[in-house]
Write a protein of this length. Structure first.
Length: 169
C-alpha cells in the first residue's frame, strides 16, 4: 500500500507530523509520500517558495522512516490538480493500492475538486480531524508560535528569513 499525504506545508508543523504518524498507524504501509502542493486551485499562493517548502518537509518528516518527500507537484507548471498527481503516481506504481489522507476540513470541499470521482477510482480516502495547529496562524508570527514547529524547521525559517522573521546567519 502507498500512502499519499499532500498539503501546502507552508510551513510544516507538529500537527502535520502527528497526522503522518496517525495515518501510518491507521494504514500501515512501507511508504508515505509527503507531497507539497504546487499551485493549488482552491488555495491562496504560498508564502515560502517551492524549494523552501520541500526542504522544510525533509527536515520535519525525517524522523518518520516511511516518509519520502516528493516534488511531483512542483515539477508541474500551472495549476496542479490532485487528480493529475494521483494519476501520475498510479502510472508509476500500478500494482499498489493507494490511500490519500485529507483533513476533515477538506472533506466538505472534496466534491469541488477536479475529477474527484477519478481520484476515488484510483485511491481510497482516509480522513483525519484537523489539528489545533494552523500554518496560516504560524505564518502570522512564527516566533510566537515556535512551539508548534519542529525546532529544526523553526531554525530553517530563521536562517532563511521566511514569514517575516529577520534572517540569521
Amino acid at each position: 500500500m502507498l500512502l499519499l499525504y499532500g498539503g501546502s506545508f507552508d510551513p510544516p508543523h507538529n500537527g502535520h507530523i502527528r497526522a503522518a504518524r496517525r495515518f501510518l498507524s491507521d494504514c500501515p504501509a512501507e511508504e508515505v509520500l509527503i507531497i507539497p502542493t504546487g499551485d493549488a486551485p482552491l488555495k491562496e499562493a504560498h508564502e515560502a517558495g517551492a524549494a523552501d517548502r520541500i526542504e522544510m518537509c525533509r527536515i520535519a518528516f525525517k524522523g518518520i522512516r516511511q516518509a519520502k518527500v516528493s516534488d511531483i507537484e512542483m515539477q508541474r507548471t500551472g495549476i496542479s490538480y490532485t487528480i493529475d498527481t494521483v494519476r501520475e503516481i498510479h502510472a508509476t506504481h500500478p500494482m499498489q493500492d493507494m490511500v490519500m489522507l485529507i483533513g476533515s476540513d477538506q472533506l466538505a470541499q472534496f466534491p469541488q475538486w477536479k475529477d474527484w470521482e477519478g481520484i476515488l477510482e484510483l485511491s481510497a480516502l482516509h480522513v483525519l480531524p484537523r489539528t489545533r495547529e494552523s500554518s496560516t496562524f504560524i505564518r502570522a508570527n512564527p516566533s510566537a508560535h515556535r512551539d508548534m514547529l519542529p525546532p529544526q524547521v523553526y531554525e530553517y525559517i530563521r536562517q532563511k528569513g521566511l514569514y517575516g522573521i529577520e534572517r540569521t546567519a
